[in-house]
Ligand binder design. Structure first.
Ligand SMILES: C=CC1=C(C)c2cc3[nH]c(cc4nc(cc5[nH]c(cc1n2)c(C)c5CCC(=O)O)C(CCC(=O)O)=C4C)c(C)c3C=C
Ligand SMILES: [Fe+2]
Ligand SMILES: [Fe+2]
Length: 343
């Protein structure tokens, strides 16, 4: 029997330093997130970052936490339930980090008699620290504990025409009552080094975009390329003016150079250039989470207004909206009936 495994990033069990610490430990000790040799990662994560970050992150989580729990988890659970209803299939939810594990989700599917699983990493774009680590972890769990299960993975859908339509229409909806001077597409950042590492040709990706017009297999794994593609496709779908749209990268950790331009610097630059009314969308995330609700909706607003901006709007992620659930159900049903995957 066929079933679906949806996987998102995960959250701590509560917005306290006690629960944030083990969650961040698992997250940042992932070799695809902090990709340095093991000994160095241990020193960096356990000896330095985890000494102070859990307290700071817990405070940020406390600002966005809902009565039902972490927004990312609650939204993902609502989405899962709706996809289940729209497909009449066993659909389980796992998280890459934290207590709602991929192993438990696979067990849930196995207990229902599932032996063919469609794995859906809940990320539109490929990055080794998001999409790839989910696929690798799910394959490890499958090989170790569920050899009878066959896994098929949904490709990154950042440029899928149906997805672009759903995303664009949700943006248009968010802009209905908002006169804007500029729309910023803010994507989660990654270290530049990750782009080079993920380039199978080892020479194509130049980080500055000069490579992106030359056709290459590297684009299948180039997060930066894919983010800019999403912006361009939404811009074309909504016929947005060229000079009113730009892309940037948020949530960097100190240290290495991360993808530029940095979102927080862009808030300042745009406000200083006289863009007084700013709309921000965050298409690297399908569900609202700490990085959208705190960093963008709260901190970003403050940064923009401090730099002279006047009106600011964060447009929500797709979350459990009808259009997004319907699209996911369509992909799942096509896989179930014809064995095909979206392109
Ligand atoms: C080296 C560090 C990090 C990389 C690389 C990274 C990539 C990456 N992350 C997401 C999605 C999310 N990240 C979230 C939180 C978060 N991310 C990092 C670090 C890296 N992410 C940290 C330390 C945290 C925790 C919070 C903090 O202390 O700042 C979240 C939110 C989770 C939640 O519970 O709400 C998401 C979602 C993507 C898509 C990505 C690569 C493209
Ligand atoms: Fe992150
Ligand atoms: Fe490129």
């Amino acid at each position: 029997m066929k079933g679906v495994l949806l996987v998102n990033l995960g959250s701590p069990d509560s917005p306290t330093a006690k629960d944030v610490k083990p969650y961040l430990d698992e997250f940042l000790m992932d070799e695809r997130v902090i990709d340095v040799p093991n000994i160095l990662r241990n020193i960096l994560v356990r000896g330095i970052i985890l000494q102070t970050r859990p307290k700071k992150s817990a405070k940020a989580y406390a600002k966005i936490w809902w009565d039902e729990g972490s927004p990312l988890i609650v939204i993902s659970e609502r989405f899962t339930e709706k996809v289940r209803q729209h497909t009449n299939m066993p659909v389980a939810l796992g998280m890459r980090y934290g207590s709602i594990t991929i192993k438990k989700a696979l067990q849930e599917l196995k207990d229902k008699g599932v032996d063919e699983v469609l794995l859906v990493p809940l990320y539109p774009h490929y990055a080794m620290s998001s999409y790839e680590t989910v696929v690798v972890k799910a394959m490890e769990e499958q090989q170790k504990h569920f050899p009878q299960i066959n896994l098929t993975t949904l490709p990154a859908f950042y440029s899928n025409a149906d997805y672009i339509k759903v995303l664009s229409e949700s943006i248009a909806d968010g802009l209905k009552d908002f006169e804007y001077d500029h729309i910023l597409f803010s994507y989660h950042g990654i270290p530049e080094r990750h782009i080079r590492k993920s380039d199978p040709t080892k020479f194509h990706c130049k980080i500055d975009g000069s490579c992106c017009k030359i056709n290459s297999v590297a684009h299948h794994t180039c997060y930066r390329h894919q983010c800019y593609d999403t912006t361009e496709l939404v811009k074309a779908y909504l016929d947005l003016p060229e000079d009113k749209v730009s892309s940037s990268f948020q949530s960097r950790l100190a240290g290495d150079p991360w993808l530029k331009p940095y979102t927080d610097y862009e808030f300042e630059r745009l406000a200083k250039e006289g863009k007084k009314r700013l709309a921000v969308i965050t298409p690297a995330f399908v569900s609202d989470c700490l990085e959208t609700l705190e960093e963008i909706a709260m901190e970003g607003k403050e940064q923009f207004e401090e730099a002279g901006g006047e009106r600011y709007k964060h447009i929500p992620c797709l979350n459990d909206s009808d259009a997004w659930v319907t699209l996911m159900a369509k992909w799942v049903n096509e896989w179930k009936s014809k064995g095909t995957l979206p392109v």
